[in-house]
Design a protein around this ligand. Structure first.
Ligand code: A2P
Length: 277
C-alpha cells in the first residue's frame, strides 16, 4: 500500500503515482490500464500532453469508485487568465469524462506573474465550486510562489518540479517544507538518463533492486511525491514495487551527492515555448 502525503488543505495524495508525459494518445489507454492494474491510484496528466481523453477513458473503464483514484491535470500556458482558466477546466473535465479533479496545477509560471495570479484566483473559485479538490502549481520558483501567496492569500498545495538525483532542488524543497507545500517530482528518473550511473548501479547491487527502483526509493525517503513514467508493463510494475526495502543514510547521501544542477527539461527562468499554441 502506498503511503499518502497530507496536503496543506487536508486532502491525501498517494506518494507514488503514475505520470503520462510523452505517452502517445494512441497508447495511453493501455498504459494507464496497466498502471491501475499494477496498483497505482494516482495518475498525472496535462492538457498539453494531449492524452487526457485516453487517460480518463482508462480510469473510467477500470471501474474503481471515483474517490479511490487521484487524478491530476494541468492548465496550459495559453489558457492562463481568470475566465480562460474556468473554461479550460471544463474542457479538461470533459475530455477526462470526470466530474471533478483531485488536483489542478498551473503548468508553468508563464507568460507573466499577473496572469498566473489571476489563474490561481480562478483555481480558488474552482475549488470553492467543488470542481477541483486541491490546487497547486508546477515549475514555480521561490519568487513565483511568493507572488501567489502575497496576492491571493492562499498557499498552493503542491509544486511539481523537475527533480532527480542530478537536479536535487535543495532550495525549493527547503522552501516548500517551510511553507507546507508538497514537493512533487517530474522526470523522477531524469527521463531514464541516470539508470546507468555507477553510483546508482552500485547501490542497486547492494540492495538487489533495479536502478529505477533505487531512484524511486530515494524520492520516497526524501519525502517527495513521485510519478515515474513508463509505457512498458514490466517497468510499470517494477516501479511500483518499492516498499519492501530501504536505503541507508550513506546510500541516500551518495545519491543526493550526484546533484550537478543538470536539467532534462526546460528552465522556468527562460521557458517561453508554446505561448502561442
Ligand atoms: P519506457 O517508457 O520506454 O518504458 P521519467 O519518469 O524520469 O521521465 O523517466 C521515463 C523514462 O525512463 C522512459 O524513457 C522510460 O522508458 C524509462 N523507464 C521508466 N521506468 C524504467 C525502468 N524501471 N527501467 C528502465 N527504464 C525505465
Amino acid at each position: 500500500v502506498v503511503p499518502p502525503i497530507v496536503l496543506n488543505d487536508g486532502s491525501l495524495i498517494p506518494q507514488l503515482g503514475f505520470g503520462v508525459f510523452q505517452v502517445p494518445p494512441g497508447q495511453v489507454f493501455d498504459t494507464v490500464t496497466a498502471a491501475l492494474r499494477a496498483g497505482y491510484r494516482s495518475i498525472d496528466t496535462a492538457a498539453a500532453y494531449e492524452n487526457e481523453e485516453g487517460t480518463g477513458r482508462a480510469i473510467r473503464h477500470f471501474g474503481l469508485p471515483r474517490d479511490e483514484v487521484f487524478v491530476t491535470t494541468k492548465l496550459w500556458n495559453s489558457e492562463q487568465g481568470y475566465d480562460s482558466t474556468l473554461r479550460a477546466c471544463t474542457t479538461s473535465l470533459d475530455r477526462l469524462g470526470l466530474e471533478y479533479l483531485d488536483l489542478y496545477l498551473i503548468h508553468w509560471p508563464v507568460p507573466a506573474a499577473d496572469k498566473f495570479v489571476d489563474t490561481f484566483r480562478a483555481f480558488q473559485r474552482l475549488k470553492a465550486d467543488g470542481r477541483v479538490r486541491s490546487i497547486g502549481v508546477s515549475n514555480f520558483r521561490v519568487t513565483d510562489l511568493e507572488r501567489v501567496v502575497a496576492e491571493t492569500g492562499e498557499t498552493p498545495s503542491v509544486n511539481q518540479i523537475e527533480l532527480h538525483p542530478r537536479l536535487v532542488q535543495r532550495e525549493l524543497r527547503e522552501y516548500h517544507a517551510e511553507h507546507a507545500i508538497a514537493t512533487e517530482a517530474w522526470s523522477p528518473l531524469g527521463q531514464g538518463t541516470m539508470l546507468s550511473d555507477p553510483v546508482i548501479t552500485r547501490i542497486a547491487g547492494e540492495v538487489d533492486r533495479s536502478p529505477a527502483q533505487v531512484i524511486i526509493r530515494w524520492h520516497l525517503q526524501l519525502g517527495n511525491i513521485v510519478i515515474p513514467k513508463s509505457v512498458t508493463p514490466a517497468r510499470i510494475e517494477q516501479n511500483f514495487d518499492v516498499f519492501g526495502f530501504e536505503l541507508s543514510a550513506e546510500q541516500m547521501n551518495a545519491i543526493t551527492g550526484l546533484d550537478s544542477g543538470t536539467r532534462t527539461g526546460a528552465d522556468p527562468a527562460t521557458f517561453a515555448v508554446g505561448l502561442e499554441t
